[in-house]
Ligand binder design. Structure first.
Ligand code: FMN
Length: 404
């Protein structure tokens, strides 16, 4: 048996295997933030995939922090719809694979990328000319300390709602430049949320503590964390003055997470907006996708070695296509991480893992091509999916919104 097929226990819960379906926004919820028809379709396809863990997509904790008008938003008015979806997902998974995966809700505030009504309404930790180049006209609001202090309670409330909805865990999202993550690099922000590492991590840890206090051990509290942002100094997190990746602060954070009772970290790097190839190794980036994959691998491996007691999910594993699962298994065998996370592959080929287990390989005709079209759909402000492999549903959207 391959390592990727073996169980793993984390936070007292046992995953049936080490395959994780990473959070993948479909931008297809209702205006109120509940799962809609396409959301249901996506997750029912995921349910048949046989993964040990489905990491549910970015779900807003406040309305002003939604990244688009159809982003998931967990509140009293939508919790019932989440519950109904999760019940269906579990039923489908048990029927198809004989077990239900663990399901984690990713709780987020989109910060700089907030667009609750479809137009940019950025709420930022600090003004950053690197980000804002060409977007100077946007109505930036630097969130004040009072606003920051109000957020942990919002994450706690969302964690309680996630429990009511039937999620097994909650992720306090701290990656890809969204609000909580942006604070990690707020070196020049004055006051209690900027400057020292203690201040820059205050919002993050307060949100984690609040979520943990709210749900105790009833839910697995976890986090998707950027090991480094991939921006040149002085912007971003995890970079030194020589513009090299420097994980010293990330290691301190991991130690703190451990002290706070966190056992599982979904490790990612980079930024999907400015440097998408770092985050999503792809065909048409400024470097070969295998170089981008190696960066993610090396960062994750270094962090796993620094915090071996934590369980790590590795990201960015879709790019090799037909050999993706073999390469992911190799990474686990090499001790670089404990779990293998797949993003774009789940859109293109949700049954990829089941097929691989059953037949020993992946169909080259079904695998993700790392062509970036799912991201293009998202950027165009419509629903996201795979217009190549799931063309019946998503090609019409691609033709209407991207390839006009
Ligand atoms: C269309 C799209 C939506 C995504 N949505 C999320 C999300 O909701 N939360 C998140 O943390 N990452 C999100 N990601 C990033 C993926 O989880 C993953 O890290 C990335 O695609 C790289 O992994 P891969 O090579 O397996 O695709 C998204 C990526 C894409 C392409």
């Amino acid at each position: 048996m391959k390592l990727i097929d073996t169980p793993l226990t984390v936070g007292g819960r046992t995953l049936r295997n080490r395959v994780v379906f990473q959070p993948m926004e479909g931008c297809d919820g209702t205006r109120e933030g509940a799962p809609d028809e396409l959301t249901e379709r996506r997750y029912l396809r995921f349910a048949e995939g046989g993964a040990g863990l489905i990491w549910f997509e970015a779900t807003a904790v406040v309305s002003e922090g939604r990244a688009n008008p159809r982003q998931m938003y967990l509140h009293e008015g939508t919790v019932g719809a989440f519950r109904a979806l999760l019940d269906q997902v579990r039923e489908k998974a048990v029927g198809t694979c004989g077990f239900a995966p663990l399901i984690v809700a990713q709780l987020t505030h989109s910060g700089r990328f907030s667009k609750p009504d479809g137009v940019p309404a950025p709420l930022v930790a600090y003004r950053n000319p690197l980000w804002e180049k060409g977007k100077e006209e946007q109505p930036y609001v630097v969130v004040n300390d009072e606003y920051c202090a109000s957020l942990p309670e919002k994450f706690a409330r969302a964690a309680l709602l996630a429990e009511e909805a039937g999620f097994d865990g909650v992720d306090v999202k701290c990656c890809h430049g969204y609000l909580v993550n942006e604070f990690l690099s707020a070196k020049e922000r004055p006051g209690k949320y900027g400057g020292s590492l203690e201040n820059r991590t205050r919002l993050y840890f307060d949100c984690i503590d609040a979520a943990k206090e709210a749900v105790g051990d009833r839910l697995l509290v976890t986090t998707r964390l950027n090991g480094c942002d991939g921006f040149p100094y002085p912007y971003g997190f995890g970079v030194n003055e020589a513009n090299e990746i420097d994980l010293a602060e990330t290691k301190i954070i991991l130690n703190e997470l451990k002290n706070r009772g966190i056992e599982l970290v979904d490790l990612t790097i980079g930024n999907p907006y400015l440097i998408p190839h770092v985050n999503r190794p792809w065909k048409f980036g400024p470097e070969d996708g295998s170089v981008s994959m190696k960066r993610i691998h090396d960062v994750t491996k270094e962090l796993k070695a620094a915090a071996p007691e934590l369980k790590f999910v590795m990201s960015g594993l879709t790019y090799p296509g037909a050999s993706a699962l073999d390469e992911a298994n190799d990474a686990l065998e090499a001790g670089a991480a404990d779990l293998a996370g797949f993003g774009r592959m789940t859109f293109a080929y949700p049954a990829f893992y089941r097929d691989w287990r059953e037949t020993g390989g992946l169909s080259p005709k079904k695998v993700c091509l790392a062509c970036g079209k799912c991201s293009e759909l998202m950027r165009a402000g419509t629903v996201a999916g795979c217009p190549v492999r799931d063309s019946e549903v998503y090609l019409p959207y691609y033709k209407e919104y991207v390839n006009r």
